[in-house]
Design a protein. Structure first.
Length: 588
C-alpha cells in the first residue's frame, strides 16, 4: 500500500518529529510504501509532491489539534487522528487508521468533542526560551485535547511570542494557564480566571496542571504598574528565584552575541584587537565594549522589571550600571535589581497620591526615588564589600589548582544533570553565565558540556542496549541525541520521567565526569549556548579538542551506565512492575 503520513503539532518540536519516525517505521514493517511530511522545528518541512498525492492509496494525519487545509487530499481515503496515541502505539494507530479511512473532504478539521468541553488559553515561557517553553506547550496542548478541551498556547520563546493569543481568544477563554519560570505581562488577562505554575510542572504533570487550574484559578486584576490588587493574587506572585530567572533570560542574548563577537575578533589573533582601527578592534568594541558592558545593567533592570513592571526598569538599570562600574559584578547586579524592584513596588503600593497626579507615579515619582535609593545604597553600602568579594572569587577561580578546578567541575556538572532544566540546573547555569561578566570562562564551559550529556547519553544507551528499549523509546533516543547536541538537556526528560532512579544517577555521573574533565583541561567558553554549533566558531572555545573529549567521555559513561541498569519492559513485568506505554518527549 502507498501511504502518505503527515504529522503536525501547533507548538511542534519533538512530538511531531518522533511521531513521523515511529509511524513510518511501523508502516514499513507492515510492507507499506510511505512518504512523510513532518511539521517540526527539528527539520525543514518537505511537502508532498503532486505525484505522491496522486499515487497515494491512503493519507494519514497525526496532529495535536485541529488539522485543517486538507484540500490537496480531497477525495483520497484518509484518516485524521491525535498524535499522542500514534506515539504510544504506532502499529495499533495505523491499523485503526486503515480500518476507519474515509474520503477526505475539501477542508476537514478534526477536533475532539466533549459535553464538558472548556476553552483554555495558556502562556509558556522559560529563561532560555528554547526547550521547556515548547515542551510544556506541547504537553498542555496534547493533554487538554485528550481531555476534550479546546486550548491555544502562546509560547514566549527565544524568538519572541509565537501562536500569539488574540483579544478574541482571551475573551472566549474559561481559564488562563500561565506556565512560566520568568515574569510575563498579565495585564491583558484582567478579569479572567488565571492559574500560575512552572513550565516543569506543566511538562511533567500536564493533566494535574489543567485540572488544578480549572479548580483553583482566581480572578486576576492588575494595575498598569504591574501590581496585583487582590490578596489571592499576592499569593500567586512569583518569588525571588523567578525574578532572578527573568533577569537572566533577558541578559542571555547579550551574553551570546557578545561572546561570539569577541570570539570572532580572536580570529585575527588573541591580541589583535589592541591595534586601533582594525576590524579585530571594532569587533572587540562591539562584543566586549558594548554587549558585555550591558550584561549587568540588563540583568539588574529586568530583575526589577519582574518585581515592579516597567517602573522598575530605570532604577534597576541604573543600579546595574553602578554595580558594573564599582566592580561589584553580577552579584552586585542581582542585589541592585532586587533593591530597585522592591523599592519601586513599595512606592507603587504605599505612596498615596491625588488622582490628578497618579499618572506621574510610573514616569516620575517611582523612577526618581527608587533610582536615588538604589544608587545611594549601591555606592555607600553594597558596592565596596561586594566588589571585594567578586575580586577575591574571580582571583580564586582564575588561579585555583587542578584539585579545586576538578571539584568545581564535578559540582557544576552534577547540578546541570540533576533535574535537566529545573531549578538546580538553572542555578548552576545562572552562576556560570554571571561569571562571564568578570571574564571567567571556565565554569561556563563545564556547564554547557555537562548540560549536553543527559540527552546524548540517553541516545547512546538506546543504541548500546537496543533490545531493552521498545520501538517508541528507540525513536525517542534518536531525537534525544539530536537535542543533546544542541545543548537541550530536556531531551532526556521522557526517560527520566519513566525511570528516574536509574536515569538521573546515570546522567549525574556522566555530567560530573564531563564537568571535571572540562575544568581539568582548562577549557573556556565565551558563549553560553549553542551546543555543537559553537564548536565551529574559531576561538569561541579554548582547548577545543580536549573539550570535545570531555563531552564524549561523560556522554558515553551515561549511556553505558544506563544501558547496564536499564530493565526492559518484560523484566519490569516479571518483577511485578508496570511497564506501560513508553513516555515520549514533547519538544525547546
Amino acid at each position: 500500500m502507498k501511504a502518505l503520513i503527515l504529522t503536525a503539532c501547533p507548538s511542534g518540536m519533538a512530538s511531531s518529529y518522533m511521531a513521523a519516525r515511529v509511524l513510518a517505521h511501523a508502516a514499513e514493517q507492515q510492507g507499506w510504501q510511505v512518504a512523510v511530511e513532518c511539521h517540526s522545528q527539528l527539520e525543514p518541512v518537505t511537502p508532498f509532491t503532486p505525484a505522491q498525492i496522486a499515487e497515494a492509496e491512503l493519507v494519514l494525519v497525526a496532529a495535536a489539534g485541529p488539522a485543517s487545509n486538507l484540500s490537496r487530499f480531497a477525495g483520497k481515503p484518509g484518516f485524521v487522528g491525535e498524535i499522542q496515541p500514534a506515539l504510544n502505539d504506532p502499529k495499533a494507530w495505523l491499523q485503526r487508521a486503515a480500518q476507519q479511512a474515509a474520503p477526505l473532504p475539501v477542508d476537514g478539521p478534526f477536533e475532539a468533542h466533549s459535553e464538558n468541553r472548556v476553552r483554555l488559553v495558556a502562556i509558556t515561557a522559560c529563561p532560555t526560551g528554547v526547550a521547556h517553553t515548547f515542551m510544556s506547550a506541547e504537553a498542555l496542548t496534547e493533554t487538554a485535547q485528550g481531555l476534550g478541551h479546546h486550548i491555544k498556547v502562546e509560547t514566549q520563546g527565544s524568538v519572541g511570542a509565537q501562536n500569539a493569543l488574540t483579544a478574541d481568544d482571551i475573551a472566549a477563554a474559561d481559564c488562563v494557564i500561565v506556565a512560566a519560570d520568568i515574569e510575563v505581562n498579565l495585564a491583558r488577562f484582567n478579569g479572567k480566571r488565571l492559574y500560575r505554575t512552572s513550565t516543569g510542572q506543566a511538562l511533567k504533570k500536564p493533566q494535574h496542571t489543567i485540572e488544578t487550574a480549572l479548580r483553583e484559578a482566581k480572578t486576576w486584576q492588575q494595575q498598569s504598574g504591574g501590581v496585583a490588587l487582590s490578596a489571592e493574587a499576592d499569593k500567586k506572585e512569583p518569588g525571588p528565584y523567578q525574578h532572578l530567572l527573568t533577569g537572566v533570560s533577558f541578559m542571555l542574548p547579550m551574553v551570546v552575541a557578545g561572546g561570539l563577537i569577541i570570539a570572532l575578533s580572536f580570529i585575527f589573533g588573541i591580541e589583535a584587537f589592541k591595534e586601533e582601527g582594525t576590524l579585530a578592534a571594532a569587533l572587540m568594541q562591539i562584543g566586549g565594549g558594548s554587549a558585555f558592558a550591558l550584561m549587568i545593567p540588563v540583568l539588574s533592570g529586568y530583575i526589577a522589571y519582574s518585581i515592579a513592571d516597567r517602573p522598575g526598569i530605570a532604577p534597576g538599570m541604573i543600579g546595574g550600571m553602578l554595580a558594573s562600574s564599582l566592580g561589584a559584578g553580577f552579584i552586585g547586579g542581582i542585589i541592585s535589581g532586587f533593591l530597585a524592584g522592591y523599592s519601586a513596588r513599595l512606592l507603587a503600593r504605599r505612596v498615596p497620591m491625588p488622582k490628578s497626579l497618579e499618572s506621574l507615579k510610573p514616569i516620575l515619582i517611582i523612577p526618581l526615588f527608587a533610582s536615588l535609593f538604589t544608587g545611594l545604597v549601591m555606592i555607600y553600602v553594597v558596592g565596596g564589600p561586594v566588589a571585594t568579594i567578586m575580586a577575591v572569587m574571580t582571583d580564586f577561580l582564575n588561579n585555583m589548582g587542578s584539585a579545586n578546578a576538578v571539584l568545581l567541575g564535578i559540582i557544576i556538572g552534577a547540578m546541570m544533570c540533576f533535574d535537566m532544566g529545573g531549578p538546580v540546573n538553572k542555578a548552576a547555569y545562572a552562576f556560570s553565565v554571571g561569571l562571564l561578566a568578570s571574564q571567567t570562562y571556565g565554569p561556563m564551559a563545564a556547564a554547557m558540556a555537562a548540560g549536553m550529556v543527559p540527552a546524548i547519553g540517553m541516545g547512546i544507551a538506546t543504541f548500546l542496549a537496543r533490545r531493552k528499549f521498545n520501538p517508541n523509546e528507540q525513536e525517542a533516543g534518536k531525537a534525544s541525541f539530536v537535542l543533546g547536541l544542541c545543548f537541550i538537556s530536556e531531551g532526556a526528560i521522557p526517560f527520566a520521567a519513566r525511570d528516574p532512579l536509574r536515569v538521573i544517577p546515570s546522567c549525574m555521573a556522566g555530567g560530573a565526569l564531563t564537568g571535571a574533565l572540562s575544568m581539568l583541561f582548562g577549557a573556556k567558553l565565551l558563549a553560553p549556548h549553542g551546543g555543537v554549533f559553537v564548536l565551529f566558531i574559531p576561538n569561541a572555545i579554548e582547548q577545543l579538542g580536549w573539550y570535545v573529549l570531555a563531552i564524549a567521555a561523560g556522554s558515553v559513561l551515561t549511556g553505558v551506565v544506563y544501558s547496564v541498569l536499564k530493565r526492559s519492559d518484560a523484566q519490569m513485568l516479571t518483577a511485578g512492575g508496570q511497564a506501560g506505554p513508553a513516555a515520549v518527549g514533547t519538544g525547546r
